[in-house]
Structures are given as structure tokens and as C-alpha cells.
Design a protein around this ligand. Sequence first.
Ligand code: NAD
Length: 454
Amino acid sequence: MQVINPANGAIVTEILSDNAEQVREKIEKLRKGQPAWFELSVEERLAILLKFGKLVEANLDELAVILTQETGKPLQQSINEIRGANNRLVHLEANALKWLASEDMVTEGATKERIAYEPLGVVANISAWNFPYNVGYNVFLYALVAGNSVIYKPSEFASLTGMKFRELLWRAGVPENVFECIFGTGEVGQLLLEADLDGYFFTGSYNTGKYIATQVAPKLVPVQLELGGKDPLYIMDDVFDVKQAAINAAEGAFYNNGQSCCAVERIYVHESVYDEFVNYFVEEVKSYKVGDPMNKTTFIGPLTRQPQVGILEEQVQDALLKGAELKCGGYSLDREGYYFAPTVLSAVNHQMEVMKEESFGPIIGIQKVANDEEALSLMKDTTYGLTAAVFSANKGRALDLLDQLSVGTVYWNCCDRVSPNVPWSGRKNSGLGSTLSYQGIRAFVQPKAYHLRD
Ligand code: NAD
């Protein structure tokens, strides 16, 4: 399998995809290794994972270059991601022991009752390329600390990063029969669905996630899906500072080239501040430095996957045919690599693909609304349910609206944000189950109830 640099289309390296026999052998090895891993104490497992975190820190520069080479993520954003993902370890260090400890529920009387948390066993972590550290850590670190062994399948667009995870986890002391990787495209991932695993934890697109859930359903093991979104942001008329709101909203839409699961994907603006907001927003987007992702000052690099360039072109054409106004961008750049100019469309509506389908690129539609009711009804008009944001000076008014949305995460005066303190989950076509917080660790254990009579 070729690893392609999206910034210039060059082959970075070639790696071997796993075949069915190798996948089978790796799973067998993990099955053998898991019980001894669980026999270690939580503290011992945690100490090894914290060492992994230190190794990542020590190799930050090299790891960031690898991530940028294979995904096109601007170097500074690769560094930010790798550093930021470490907050999962900080959080686990503070909480894992408490979350995994047995709980005595009834301690008086003849029959005592207790809950113990046991690992699932061998779990699959089928992952995405857009934030491989964040979404990888959310699964494999939490699964490992809970005593599972993990078969990790990096996205075919982040294989080299996956190899580094394996190398550094092994170096930190995770046994080779407790964490393994398989490499390849979806066909290799498919081999995991045919295997006999104890849990499937998937991050990726709705279509693949739905397929995996249906394939795995007869096994009656936990399946968790972190899928895409079409996340709305609404600017109310009373917003503190229109310019600052525009700057923050633009960053939420364009960070990581718009390739974030919780990127702002559509914006609604109250008519009284609409023109002002659009002007500031376009000014901000025009100021973004587009170019070589290896340059630390670049904010917009290439898209990771070439076909996405065509999808964005189609969304622009569709919007323009239906009456949108192109404020900037709208075209792929005439240079090597998979570049698309940062694009802002105004005067959009829900007849247009750009307001309905996940764009996953540097493009945004901004729609004018007359009042909160109209904004709410448009925000609800989606099959997804990942996040939603409202910018307003009035917390009560913002929360009144956010409380009415069926999404896993809501933001007031912020957006495009994930924290290990609170669960990360999608509703409807954005997924099933949670990672992060205590909910995210309980995903990797099964409870056992003890009824103990003296
Ligand atoms: P994708 O669905 O194309 O691929 C995800 C993974 O599934 C890859 O490793 C791929 O090889 C594997 N795969 C594909 N077909 C398979 C099959 N039949 N069996 C087993 N595995 C298979 O998604 P992607 O392009 O890597 O990721 C982008 C998507 O992920 C976007 O929709 C984004 O919103 C979503 N995402 C969601 C979150 C979240 O937390 N909700 C986080 C990051 C990304």
C-alpha cells in the first residue's frame, strides 16, 4: 500500500497490507496476552501508558512531521494535536483508578452487594485519519487501562502514525501480545468484522459505521460508533462582539482544513448582524495562509483525500446554481497536491448540498435568519446529531435553544472543542455510545454484580 503525501502527490513510502492469515494470528496472540495484562493492577497499566505519553512528548517533532506528511495537516496543527491529546493521559491518571474500582453498594445486613468492572477482552479499534491521536487515544488508551487487549486499525491515510503508536506503546512496556496493528484499506478492516472479537469501536463515516454495526450485530458484543456531523452554529442578534464571533466561527469551520468531525459545517446569523458578520468572516478567511503544510505558519494545507476536492467542487456548483453568493474561494488550486481554496458561500438555503451533507473541507455556507425560531428549525433540519453552537450574550436564551437539539454536545460562545472531562458522543447518524469521561471508560468494561451472603 502506498502512503501518499497530499501536499504534492508524491509517494512517501510503501507498506505491506495485512492478509487474512496475519490478522488471524495477531488476534490469536492478543487473545493469549489479555488475561496477564488484566492481572496487572490499574496503577501498573497506567504507569506504562504514562510512559507512552512521555515517549510521545520526547519524539514530538518527528511524530508531527510524520502526521503532516501523510495527512497534509499543517505542521503547527499536528504539534497542537499531539500535545493536546496528552490531556487524555492526565485525565486518566487522575481518575482511572476511581472509575475502575469495584463499588460496594450494600455493606450492611446479611447480603452484601458489589459491582466489579471487568474488561471486555480483545477489542477492535477501527480509526479515522483526521485526528488520529485524539480519536485513537479516546479508544486504545481507555481500553488498555481497563485491561483489554487492542487490535488497532489505523486509517489507510494515517498508517505511519499507527505504526508509531505501536512502536512507542511497546517501548513503554505494553506487551506485544496486548496491542497490535493491522494495516490496509477497508478490505483489511473487513477481516476484523469476520473475526471473533469482544467489542468494536469505530471512528469514521456514517456509511462505514452503519455497515459495521449491521455486520457485527449478530455477535451480540458492544459496538460503538463515532461518526460524522453537519454541525450548526447560530449567531444571535445580541452577540457580544460580532467581529470576535466571526473570527471564532471561522476557526471552528476551517481549523484542520475543515476536516474535523465537530467542525462548524453551517452557520445561521440573525438578520440584524448578518451583513456585519459576513464581512468580518470573509475578511478573516481571506487572511488565512494557504500553502505547504510543512511550513509552521500555514493555516490551510491540502485536503487529505483527493476525491474530496471533487465533492467540494460539486457543493459549490450546486449552491451557485441554486442562488448562493460566492464570497471567496470556490475552486481547487492550480498546484500540485489536493488543495482547495477556503470558500465562503452566503445567501445559502437548505435546498443546497452544502447545508445538508458533510463537507469535510474548507468550505462554509452562511444563512440569514429572522429569529430564534427559524434558526432552531434549520438547526434541527439534519440527520446528524454531533454538536451545535450558539453565540449570544444571553446564556439563558442560548441554552433554551440548545436544550431543544438532539445532539451529543452543545457549545455556548465556543465551538469545535472536545474535552476529556465530558462524554464525547453523537446522536442519530452521528453515532452510538460515548468516549471520554467516566462514560468513556465504562465503554470498555462489563459490570459484574456480586450478591454475597455471610
Ligand atoms: P471511513 O469511514 O472512510 O474510514 C474509517 C475507517 O474504517 C478506516 O480505518 C477504514 O479503513 C475503515 N473501513 C472502511 N471500510 C471498512 C469495512 N468494510 N470494514 C472495516 N473497516 C472499514 O472514514 P474516514 O474518512 O477515515 O473518517 C472521516 C469521517 O470520520 C468523517 O465523517 C468524520 O466526521 C468522522 N469522524 C468522526 C469523529 C467523531 O468523534 N464523531 C471523529 C473523527 C472523524
